[in-house]
Design a protein around this ligand. Sequence first.
Ligand SMILES: NC(=O)c1ccc[n+]([C@@H]2O[C@H](COP(=O)([O-])OP(=O)(O)OC[C@H]3O[C@@H](n4cnc5c(N)ncnc54)[C@H](O)[C@@H]3O)[C@@H](O)[C@H]2O)c1
Length: 301
Amino acid sequence: MSGICDGRVAIVTGAGRGIGREHSLMLAEQGAKVVVNDLGGSMDGTGDDAGPAQQVVDEITAMGGEAVANTDDISSWDGAERLINQAVEHFGRLDVLINNAGILRDRMLTNMTEAEWDAVIQVHLKGTFAPSRHAAAYWREQSKAGNEVDGRIINTSSPSGIYGNVGQTNYGAAKAGIASFTIIAAKELGRYGVTVNAIAPAALTRMTENLGMGQLPEEQKERMSPRYIAPIVVWLASADSKDVTGRVFDVSGRALSVSEGWHRGPTIELPSDDPAALADDVKRIVSEARPNANMSGYDEE
Ligand SMILES: NC(=O)c1ccc[n+]([C@@H]2O[C@H](COP(=O)([O-])OP(=O)(O)OC[C@H]3O[C@@H](n4cnc5c(N)ncnc54)[C@H](O)[C@@H]3O)[C@@H](O)[C@H]2O)c1
């Protein structure tokens, strides 16, 4: 196993299935040593099973690569810390953290329960923050000790977060939060030699097969294989990507784009503090502004 990630040590969260499994296999094919994390729960986050993480480790070992399994819950502070420590203790270092684990509890806002909101925010947002926080502390320590750091954090946002999808206020809010987290963490961690980027993927996995993607014609299913999400992530994990940071990539099967973030649009100077006096100007700047994106990322009609 040799390629663009030779000698690098990578953690992939939620790597027992779907997109994370593909990241892990391709990282190993490209020479990385991989910590394969997966709690092994059901799609709504309930339950656990050590099987999926170990199966991916077995696949990597069978290919001639190096990997180790971890079954910690990445949304727990201590679990995330154990995960980071395991990479350092087992492989002697950490270069790449890929925050990929996720769950779904879709519901329209009018019916969403507190538990559905809390679980999705916990797994996605805290499950991105907690491993990143422990990895960042490790890299800062390395940098202060005079060791060269070429670190990477690669987060997983979603078209639902950066464009907006009905029935997913919990998931979309968490995924938009992850996009913003990425931009801010990139600004903070550059000084330690760490880049932070994110992807907003769309691929055929258990998460999407019941959302219509399972019914696609065969050639479109092939285009939406989770295998095509891995190349940009593995390139971002490599040393070659060191000048790319704070970016969100839309990876829709084989279509790869850079997502362009919020910008200040048409602006007015307030004529007074009278809200009623704003009406004409606000209507005008809204009509002049670029529309929000539809779920494909293009201007909404
Ligand atoms: N499939 C898509 O089209 C799509 C679209 C947008 C975003 N995403 C995101 O991509 C990521 C991967 O999704 P997928 O489609 O491969 O789904 P998946 O369900 O196949 O894989 C997610 C994995 O995360 C694991 N996991 C969940 N909670 C965990 C926790 N607390 N600790 C450790 N592991 C945990 C699960 O056990 C599962 O194996 C998710 O963040 C998802 O939100 C996927």
